[in-house]
Write a protein that binds this ligand. Structure first.
Ligand code: PHE
Length: 367
């Protein structure tokens, strides 16, 4: 029995003499906690001693127990003291360390800007608005009736094929006119406006997305067009030429020539396409010089022709007027439609249309 008491007392003495130095040697919270666990944790030295209590002789047990508990309080107190000293020291080091510099500039988020296609569309609409055209909207999801039939497309026209256009579910009947599709051009704006108005003149421009089953470097399945039309009594081809020539001069510069070529669209008669002198190799600037001929011959944008095709146009077909509730013997009008993306590519010298839709800020911020 005497041995057990001696061992117990020895254990207490070891803990009592060692804990202060052990804790003092700990320089951070983690080592301090580990050291404390070795003494008073669930399997710490002092904890083990306390578990031995029942085996001590009854007459000494109370006194030894009191000492052991007293010692546990001491160890806990010295742990707490050391912990708060470490916390205090860390805070002090923070305060004395390198200061925050309030004069440093803040982190910039960068400023956004409209997409180059939006900027080009706005520039185009702006020119037509300045001539007197009103800006309107038309739906992107459209009935075949508005996209094709009322514009005089025959039912077997290639554009009405599933291979060429995006038809969507939603038709209320099997009739071709009731089929629903993503519009293939902005000419549906003509039908919407002309069918819903009874007053003249009508002069509108409408810009937006159009969809076709095309996908390569110069064609995207989604692209953008601006449509314009002017309807009144006595509108002639001269008005068409005057308005579109004015537009080209304002948009591309007074020295840029225009040329009209005959072409076919079901909803115009006569129909044409308008070309502008190539704005990249600019053959019109010093026509006739050898250097100029050379530049045009090797121009990849106009492919050596000196001309760029920018829009389709023509006099609105009598059938379209009839389908929209107007009498073609009393009103006439012209219409035109052009690709915005192509004009944006020309303005910025972009060779692959897909770059415009990848939304890579490193590319877009250069335009
Ligand atoms: N809608 C035609 C197209 O998509 C363009 C056009 C519009 C032609 C108006 C003539 C008149 O190519």
């Amino acid at each position: 029995m005497g041995d057990a008491i001696e061992a117990f007392e020895h254990g207490l003495l070891q803990v009592a003499t060692g804990h202060q130095a052990t804790f003092a040697a700990c320089v951070d919270e983690a080592t301090l906690r580990a050291a404390s666990a070795k003494l008073i944790g669930p399997s710490g030295e002092l904890t083990k001693l306390l578990k031995l209590m029942p085996s001590l002789p009854g007459d000494r047990r109370k006194a030894l127990g009191q000492r052991a508990n007293e010692l546990k309080r001491e160890v806990t107190a010295s742990f707490d003291a050391r912990l708060s000293a470490l916390v205090q020291a860390a805070r002090q080091a923070d305060l004395e360390g390198p200061a925050v510099d309030p004069t440093l500039p803040g982190r910039s988020l960068g400023r956004g800007s409209p997409h180059p296609i939006t900027r080009t569309a706005d520039a185009l609409l702006e020119v037509f608005a300045s001539i007197g055209f009103e800006v309107t909207d038309a739906p992107e999801i459209e009935l075949a009736d508005f996209n094709f039939t009322r514009l005089g497309f025959p039912p077997d026209h290639p554009a009405t094929d599933m291979q060429d256009s995006f038809f969507v579910r939603g038709a209320t009947s099997a009739r071709f006119e009731d089929q629903v599709l993503l519009r293939t051009h902005t000419s549906n704006a003509q039908v919407h406006v002309m069918s819903s108005r009874r007053e003249l003149p009508i002069a509108c421009v409408s810009a937006g997305k159009v969809y076709r089953r095309d996908d390569d470097a110069t064609h995207s399945p989604m692209f953008h067009q601006v449509e314009g039309f002017w309807v009144d009594r006595g509108i002639s081809f001269s008005h068409l030429k005057g308005v579109l020539t004015t537009f080209v001069k304002r948009m591309f510069g007074a020295s840029v020539p225009v040329r009209f070529r005959p072409s076919y669209f079901p909803f115009v008669e006569p129909g044409g396409e308008l070309d502008v002198g190539c704005t990249i190799c600019r053959p019109f600037d010093e026509a006739g010089s050898d250097a100029q001929r050379e530049r045009t011959a090797s121009c990849r944008v106009c492919k050596g022709t000196g001309w760029l095709e920018v829009l389709g146009c023509g006099m609105i077909h009598p059938v379209v007027f009839e389908h929209c509730g107007w009498d073609p013997t009393t009103v006439t009008g012209f219409a035109f439609g052009m690709g915005i993306d192509r004009i944006a590519m020309l303005r910025h010298g972009v060779k692959d249309i897909r770059l415009l839709y990848e939304n890579d800020i490193r590319f877009l911020s250069q335009l």
